[in-house]
Design a protein around this ligand. Structure first.
Ligand SMILES: *[C@@H]1O[C@H](CO)[C@@H](O)[C@H](O)[C@H]1NC(C)=O
Ligand SMILES: *[C@@H]1O[C@H](CO)[C@@H](O)[C@H](O)[C@H]1NC(C)=O
Length: 259
């Protein structure tokens, strides 16, 4: 009897060990553990063959971007549009704050990564000009140029980018009418955006149309609720344009131009 119990126990241990080994080998073989999501296939992406939505490293293709946009519906009138990163990677619910440093000069900018670019790592013209020269992209100090030399990047916890949100709330300002796909993906998991967003009833990222009012999202709802109907201001010019103008910086003059 004792023998049998010991035998069963040993058999159990052996099976358990095998099962563990088996699970480990499944994990080892799964594609997600084969390493980073492959970057967009551009020549420069091969230099930076590391996942760029986390961690740190070097970039060699940082280029100036002079027209504000946001693929996830961030409102340009409620953030500092001179500190935006337009990366080849899709926008992420957590890694949307990145610091770039000109190592030789010891100069850094911290950027909100809220848009997708075709190939290069674009950043707001003003941020690019500052990294390259130490001066803003303004008449007299703006320079022309393409990809910079080596720049160091480091992802920061997104709280470090709260000061780039200009309404003071620290909540990523999203368009109620047009950000729900992105927001739902962030709400389905425990993410920074899921805990730090605010929905607005503005109709476009450049804040030309709509109502400048907050909306709420009931638990489980897939549509925001706003004081005026969601998206009903599609043709309504916002009432106080001087507070809400999104300004672009013209390349290469450095002149401010309403978006
Ligand atoms: C870093 O700054 C220095 C000094 O302003 C400048 O000469 C250099 O070109 C900058 N580096 C890059 C990659 O732009
Ligand atoms: C915003 O309004 C314009 C018309 O003024 C309309 O064409 C566009 O589809 C609207 N966008 C959204 C997100 O509602």
């Amino acid at each position: 009897m004792m023998h049998r119990i010991i035998f069963l126990f040993v058999a159990f241990l052996a099976a358990f060990g095998l099962a563990q080994e088996f699970t480990t080998s499944i994990i080892k073989a799964s594609p997600s553990s084969l390493g980073p999501r492959s970057p967009v296939d551009t020549p420069s992406a091969h230099i930076n063959n590391k996942r760029q939505s986390s961690g740190s490293g070097s970039l060699f293709d940082v280029t100036p971007h002079s027209f504000f946009s946001s693929s996830i519906g961030v409102l340009g009138c409620k953030i500092n549009t001179n500190r935006v990163a337009y990366w080849p990677d899709e926008v992420d619910c957590d890694n949307l704050c990145v610091k770039l440093t000109n190592v030789t000069a010891g100069r850094s900018v911290t950027l909100l990564r809220i848009d997708h670019s075709g190939g290069a790592h674009d950043i707001s013209y003003d941020a690019w000009n500052y990294l390259a020269t130490g001066h803003p992209a303004a008449p007299g100090t703006a320079i022309a140029g393409g990809a910079m030399g080596e720049v160091h990047y480091q992802y920061l916890p997104a709280d470090n980018c709260k000061s780039l949100i200009t309404d003071g709330s620290g909540k990523l300002p999203l368009m109620g009418a047009n950000s729900m796909n992105f927001l739902s993906s962030c709400l389905s998991r425990d993410t920074w955006v899921g805990k730090n967003y605010r929905l607005w009833n503005l109709n476009d990222s450049l804040c030309h149309k709509g109502y400048d009012e907050k909306c709420t999202l009931a638990a489980g709802a897939n549509q925001a609720t706003c004081p005026h109907g969601l998206g009903s201001g599609a043709a309504v010019s916002i009432t106080n344009p001087t507070d809400h103008k999104v300004m672009n910086i013209e390349y290469p003059t450095g002149k401010e131009v309403p978006a």
